[in-house]
Each structure stands twice: as C-alpha cells, then as structure tokens.
Write a protein that binds this ligand. Structure first.
Ligand code: TYM
Length: 320
C-alpha cells in the first residue's frame, strides 16, 4: 500500500481531524510507503496572515508527531517544500473541466452564499489531485468530507491517462466507518468553520467547560434513550474504553440518568485519552530544531518521489 494524506494548517486540530484522519495516518505508517504533509498551499486560500500561517504550519508538524507519527516510518513534510507538486498541478489544470470544479462543494457553497470566491478556492481540488498523484499513492485516508475531492482526482487521473498513456496510479479514499463524520458540540459535523470543535490539545479545564455546554435534547431524564444517533454518546464512544462505552449505552437504554453525568464522563475520558500526547507535545515544542530537521528530511524524500512522477507526466505530454 502507498499511503498519502494531508491536513491544512488553518488552526488547532480537532477531534474530527484526529478520529477521521490522523488516527489512520498512524495506523498506516508502517506500510510500503506513507507520505503525510501539512497543506500550507491550500491553507493560503484562507489564512492570509503570514506569521499565523507559519506558526500553524510548525504547530501542525508538532501535533502530528505528538500524536504518534513516526518520521522513521513515514515521510512528513510541508506541501510548499515540494514545488514539483505545483508544477504537476498545472499539467492537471490544463485538462480539468470547469463543470467538474463548479460542482465541488467548497466553491459551490461559497457561491451559494453570495460570497466572493477566488481561483485558488475554485482550483483547490486540482492541487489536491496533484498532491495525491505525485507520490503514486493508492490509498488516501480521510474523513468523508474529502470523498468528493478524491473522486475529482480519479477523474483527472483517468482522463490524463486516457489521453497521454498510463502515467498515474488510481487512488482510493480510505474511510473509517465509525468516525467518517465526527459530530461537533452542536451535533453538526465538527468543523473549524462551524465553531463547534473540541480541540485535541485544548486546555483540559477549558475543554471541560465546552463539553458541559454541549447541546442535548430536552426529553425527561426517566425516559430510556437510544444511544445510537446521540452526538454526546458518539463523542464519548471515541474516547471511552469498550467497557465504559457499553456501560454508558446500557445507562441510556435504561433511562433515569442526566446528560450532566454523561458530559462529566466525557470530559474525564477525553483528558485521559490525550494525556500522553499532551506530554509528548510539550517536549517536542521545546525542540524546534529537531522539528525543522524532520521536515527538511521529509521534504527531500518527498521531492525525490514527486520528481520522478512529474518527469513521467511531462514526458508523456510532450514537455521536453
Ligand atoms: P482538512 O485540513 O480540512 O482536514 C484534515 C482531515 O480531517 C478530516 N476531518 C474529519 N473527519 C471526520 N469528521 C470530521 N468532523 C472531520 N473534519 C475533518 C478530513 O476529512 C481530512 O481527512 N483538503 C484537505 C487537505 C488536503 C489533502 C490533500 C487530503 C490537501 N491535499 C491530499 C488528502 C490528500 C483538507 O482540507 O483537510
């Protein structure tokens, strides 16, 4: 398996990022090849403050390492350190149908709201396709909000291959059923743009307060409830042990409990779940040189691979 995925440095990572994607990165890092990158070129479409973007980028590297990404097993790098990908993006842009990009949800949603969109947002899925194809990746671990983009990548790759010969490997999304769409504190999909996130490295006290404010339904406490479909239970399931989850499910079905109890149990389990990573993060944050070294080493390896694919693609389309 050749694995690739990326995360945008647009703020602090949240549970959706971890349980939908990052956890898979760690599980798959021992595969034949695995490439994980911080998508700062994509983030530039929204973060327009240079200092902030640089800080978020370094922070994202520290976060991934603290969560268990091992640079001796996986290649970790920053997207902009591999210019080959931007060049490959141009080759793909020349054959990308406008209609295909017009249907992509990030652009479509912005237009539907009457907000001004730029060419960066419009062509965002093509850069993502270049990211994936540049490493001959066959497996892309993501949450379900990225499925459409991977379909676009497959469309672009197959039309390029059809036109110029077999150049690109066809990738597939890899989704975890249990956490393809992690809910936020309001029950909608957890997302930075909905302001409903639980951050991985949030101060535990601040997080506890947020958890106590999670919206719940107003059914009486005595009434038995179905745990499935309840976002509070879903969040608890992510950080609780199997025994704890089953005990909680039984409590829901029996009734006669308060949501306050569940929230308290959720805050306790969350603090415990991420406590080791929190300690590792503090250690890594104190070693910026080490982080820069890991990223430079990763970029060199990534460039080597992307350079080969780019050369293959250029030759196929007559760029001599
Ligand atoms: P980004 O930064 O928005 O999200 C990073 C990863 O987190 C997943 N995710 C979720 N999964 C489950 N439930 C949620 N509530 C949730 N919120 C976020 C996302 O699905 C994603 O896997 N376009 C990408 C970055 C990117 C990329 C790529 C990914 C650029 N090039 C190439 C894969 C391959 C993005 O914005 O992810």
């Amino acid at each position: 398996m050749r694995v690739l995925s990326g995360i945008q440095p647009t703020g602090r990572p949240h549970w959706g990022n971890y349980f939908g994607a990052i956890r898979q990165y760690i599980d798959l890092q021992g595969e034949q090849a695995s490439y994980y990158f911080i998508a700062n070129l994509h983030a530039l479409t929204t973060v327009r403050d240079s200092k902030l973007l640089a800080r978020y980028t370094l922070d994202a590297a520290i976060d991934l390492l603290a969560l268990g990404l091992d640079p001796t097993q996986a290649t970790l790098f920053v997207q902009s350190a591999v210019p080959e990908v931007s060049e490959l993006c141009w080759l793909l842009l020349t054959g990308a149908p406008m209609g295909l990009l017009e249907r992509c949800h990030a652009y479509k949603d912005k237009k539907a709201k009457g907000l001004p969109a730029d060419a960066g947002l419009f062509t965002y899925p093509v850069l993502m396709a270049a990211d994936i194809l540049a490493y001959d990746s066959d497996t892309v671990p993501v949450g379900d909000d990225q499925i459409q983009h991977i379909e676009v990548c497959r469309d672009l790759a197959s039309s390029f291959n059809h036109h110029f010969g077999q150049v690109f490997v066809m990738p597939k999304a890899k989704i975890l059923d249990a956490s393809a769409k992690v809910p936020g504190t309001d029950g909608e999909k957890m997302s930075k743009s909905y302001n409903n996130t639980l951050e991985i490295f949030e101060d535990p006290k601040a997080q506890r307060k947020k958890i106590m404010r999670i919206t719940t339904d107003s059914r009486p406490m005595e009434e038995p409830k179905d745990p499935l479909g309840d976002h509070l239970f879903q969040l608890y399931s992510l950080v609780a042990t199997t025994d704890e989850r089953e005990a909680m499910a039984a409590l829901y079905r029996r009734g006669g409990f308060g949501y306050g109890e569940v929230k308290k149990a959720l805050a306790d389990a969350a603090e415990r779940y991420f406590s080791e990573a929190r300690t590792r993060r503090a250690e890594l944050a104190a070693q910026p040189d080490r982080i820069h070294h890991i990223l430079a080493d990763g970029a060199a390896r990534a460039r080597q691979q992307a350079g080969q694919v780019l050369a293959r693609a250029k030759k196929a389309c007559g760029l001599i």
